[in-house]
Design a protein around this ligand. Structure first.
Ligand SMILES: [Cu+2]
Length: 171
């Protein structure tokens, strides 16, 4: 009986270690600051991440832990909402300002740390304070962990499509 318990314990330990071993820590730095863009012959100052609109696409596998260092060099308070991420045991990293965290003040930084658990697909991240969400956003692509299949036929090709959510008042 003791041998059976030992064998079961070893099997469970190996199973736990194999799921941990396939996960990674994915790190990004978001530099939030103002920049001037030209669109339809109109110059405008916007706030964006890493100087691009939309901001960087984050690619992870299910089970990975995401570390995103947000450096706020804009003149505004900012938070980043990880839209649709379950945030199991990491609700404080969800991002809505004044709900799960105080805003990241101008000149300050904050690191979001959370594990993507039990979900796959394409989500998005965006600022969750005032109208910054109009220009501070990007895609979050979650692929199945190594050795696991997509919950649907594997796509031939993937192209994230982000719709611009700018307010008419910013046009
Ligand atoms: Cu959201």
């Amino acid at each position: 009986m003791a041998r059976l318990e030992f064998a079961i314990t070893c099997a469970l330990t190996l199973l736990a270690l194999s799921s941990v071993a396939s996960a990674a820590i994915v790190e990004h730095t978001f530099q939030v600051k103002n920049l001037t863009v030209s669109k339809l012959c109109h110059r405008q100052v916007i706030t964006a991440v890493n100087g691009s609109l939309p901001g960087p696409t984050i690619r992870v596998k299910e089970g990975d832990t995401l570390h995103v260092h947000v450096v706020n060099e804009s003149p505004y308070n900012v938070t980043i909402h990880w839209h649709g991420v379950f945030q199991l045991m990491s609700g404080w990293a969800d991002g809505p300002s004044y709900m799960t965290q105080c805003p990241i003040r101008p000149g300050s930084s904050y690191t979001y740390r959370f594990t993507i658990t039990k979900q796959e697909g394409t989500l998005w991240w965006h600022a969750h304070v005032s109208w910054l969400r109009a220009t501070v956003y990007g895609a979050l692509v979650i692929r199945p962990r190594s050795g696991h299949k997509y919950p649907f036929p594997k796509p031939h090709r993937e192209v994230p499509i982000l719709l611009d959510a700018r307010s008419p008042s910013l046009e």
